[in-house]
Design a protein around this ligand. Structure first.
Ligand code: GLC
Length: 415
């Protein structure tokens, strides 16, 4: 372990170094563009020392919003040869070159937090942002719901948990034999044992090709896309965002018709992801109805979405007691657990923070505090890595990572 003696200073320097002027890259090399949910987390970090810059981060993200309300998962503000698949592979026509999928919609929730930090400062900017947040919410309600009201991910990258075991069955059913030759870039920046396998990558690229060939026409993709999984990340974050958008509309007296009904629909969708045998919220393949049988860190976002669950709380308490550096992205007792491989085991600090927000909101102050302290121990002991081995704390993936720095400034490092 390498003690980081002044993590506050280090965290600020990381945000400043990753700032590309109005937006922040997740980390140099591996992720050289603006990522959607990373940016929302970055804004929370900036809000600790530069509130104006925090707002700008989110505003820049929405400059990439498509006419129909969609907010892309990556904005390619400037070309970088070190990343694949770039704008030419996605073939999109938004206002800024971008990918053709979204990411979990956490921008409304984080924008609400920075607005509440100083409403006098933020009122005008929130009024400006509000219709954009609402349009994105409506886009998700139109294109991503399954028949139960749960929110689907149409690409493993869309849920932001790229190689989670949640997608294994759905991915195994896909044929990617005609994906063709391509050159991965991620494994030239970091250790390939920490990254998704070739089997997964072929399917990620195949799904991009399917979307591009359909001109990203969502109506057509409902039947063309072989991958459609209702998942706790998309469902819980959409539900939480809807609650925040509603609350903002009430405070600022802005029009938000239909939001209460949407919230009810999303609540029943969230309940439909409960897997009784597993004792956890789980993912469900929207094409086959099959549950994934996966207890992930996204399962523990139920409180973030305002959903109480005694069994999830019991599960979380046990994770906090038994896993040295919680919360693992996948249950360590399950055979597919892999301590270093991305979303199949490692702990992600920003997911901890969102779980912590939910716990605090739902009056589980003790667990929220325990999780905050353990996350602080992890970051101050092992640095600002992309993710960590939950058993040893050992850092993995990219280094000097924006969202880990933001988590430190906003939450973990604030005793
Ligand atoms: C990876 C993560 C995703 C994140 C992106 C940039 O793809 O799985 O959640 O947004 O990297 O950090």
């Amino acid at each position: 372990m390498n003690q980081h003696t002044n993590p506050d200073r280090e965290a600020r320097s990381i945000l400043i170094a990753n700032d590309r002027g109005g937006y922040t890259i997740p980390t140099e090399g591996l992720y050289p563009y603006q990522w959607n949910w990373d940016s929302a987390i970055a804004a929370l970090g900036f809000a600790q020392f530069d509130l104006d810059r925090a707002w700008t981060e989110i505003e820049t993200l929405f400059t990439g919003q498509w006419e129909d309300g969609m907010v892309p998962h990556i904005l390619f503000h400037q070309q970088d040869e070190g990343y694949f698949p770039g704008p030419d592979v996605w073939g999109c026509n938004g206002p800024i070159p971008s990918s053709g999928i979204i990411q979990p919609p956490i921008a409304a929730t984080m924008a609400r937090k920075i607005w509440e930090q100083d409403t006098a400062f933020g009122d005008a900017r929130m009024k400006e942002l509000f219709p954009k947040l609402l349009a994105w919410h409506r886009w998700i309600m139109k294109w991503r719901l399954d028949e139960f009201g749960a929110v689907c991910t149409t690409h493993p990258w869309e849920a932001g948990r790229d190689n989670a075991p949640d997608w294994d069955n759905s991915m195994a059913r896909m044929d990617a034999s005609d994906v063709g030759e391509y050159q991965r870039r991620d494994t030239s920046h970091v250790n390939s044992d920490d990254r998704p396998t070739k089997f997964d990558y072929d399917r990620y690229i195949k799904l991009v090709q399917i979307g591009r060939d359909a001109g990203w026409d969502q109506q057509a993709l409902l039947s063309l896309n072989p991958f459609r999984v209702a998942d706790p990340t998309m469902t819980f974050t959409t539900l939480r965002a809807a609650r925040d958008v509603l609350m903002i509309s009430e405070k600022l007296e802005l029009e938000a018709e239909g939001l209460s009904e949407d919230i009810e629909k999303l609540e029943s969708g969230a309940r439909s992801l409960w897997n009784e045998d597993l004792g956890s919220f789980d993912s469900r393949d929207a094409h086959t109805g099959e549950m994934a049988e996966s207890i992930s860190n996204a399962s523990y976002l139920c409180w973030y979405a305002g959903m109480e669950s005694d069994r999830m709380l019991k599960g979380l308490k046990s994770v906090l007691e038994t896993v040295p550096y919680p919360v693992p992205s996948y249950d360590p007792d399950m055979p597919k657990f892999d301590a270093r491989r991305y979303w199949r085991g490692p702990t992600w600090a920003f997911m901890n923070m969102m779980i912590g927000f939910g716990l605090a909101d739902m009056e589980h102050a003790q667990q929220a505090e325990q999780l905050r302290q353990k996350t602080a121990e992890l970051i101050s002991g092992y640095g600002f890595a992309e993710y960590f081995d939950p058993k040893t704390g050992s850092p993995a993936g990219g280094q000097a990572f924006t969202w880990t720095a933001a988590v430190w400034l906003h939450w973990a490092g604030r005793a």
